[in-house]
Design a protein around this ligand. Structure first.
Ligand code: ADP
Length: 161
């Protein structure tokens, strides 16, 4: 059984992430979507909120499981029997960071490899940070994120005002 591990902040999950999950779910028998929990990183949504939103977005994928991760990615992969880390690539601007991260992870554990899926053109400009920024300025985020995320963003923004 081929097990994949897709780590990220997912703050919040976007259609770009979902495209990678959709295609990753076809590559692996089982795909873990691992929501990072870093208490030092300021996020719009808490880890339990991000997990709930990702769970809702992937509920129709039978082989996708959403989990929280607060340990090293390669260690978590080993624990779960995952052989591959899955990452998405948008523009060349992602490349430097991903290249460094991939090689660092391989240095930590050379049995765990990373595979990349290039995003569909329509998602290449889409990032969680752009969605958060748009939300702060009361813009319409509905073209970029699932319905449940739109509602959660509205609630979050209203609670801050
Ligand atoms: P991180 O904080 O680790 O960058 P993100 O949640 O922003 O976490 O992203 C997780 C992964 O999803 C990364 O590999 C990132 O490149 C990828 N990703 C994010 N947005 C998109 C998108 N629009 N299309 C394809 N991949 C994406």
């Amino acid at each position: 059984m081929k097990i994949g591990f897709y780590p990220g902040s997912f703050d919040p999950i976007t259609f770009g992430h979902l495209d990678i999950i959709d295609r990753g779910a076809k590559l692996f028998d089982k795909l873990y979507v691992a929501i990072s929990h870093n208490p030092n990183k300021k996020t719009m949504f808490t880890a339990p909120e991000r997990i709930a939103l990702v769970k809702d977005a992937v509920k129709d994928f039978p082989n996708v499981e959403v989990i929280q991760s607060d340990i090293l990615t390669v260690v978590h992969c080993k624990q779960l029997g995952a052989t591959h880390i899955l990452r998405g690539l948008r523009a060349v601007t992602d490349y430097d960071y991903e290249f460094q991260l991939t090689n660092f992870n391989r240095r930590l554990d050379n049995e765990i490899d990373t595979v990349f899926l290039m995003t569909e053109g329509q998602h290449s400009y889409l990032s969680s940070s752009s969605v958060r920024e748009l939300a702060e300025f009361n813009g319409d985020v509905s073209p970029f994120v699932p319905k449940a995320v739109v509602a959660a963003i509205k609630k979050k923004v209203a609670s801050k005002r």
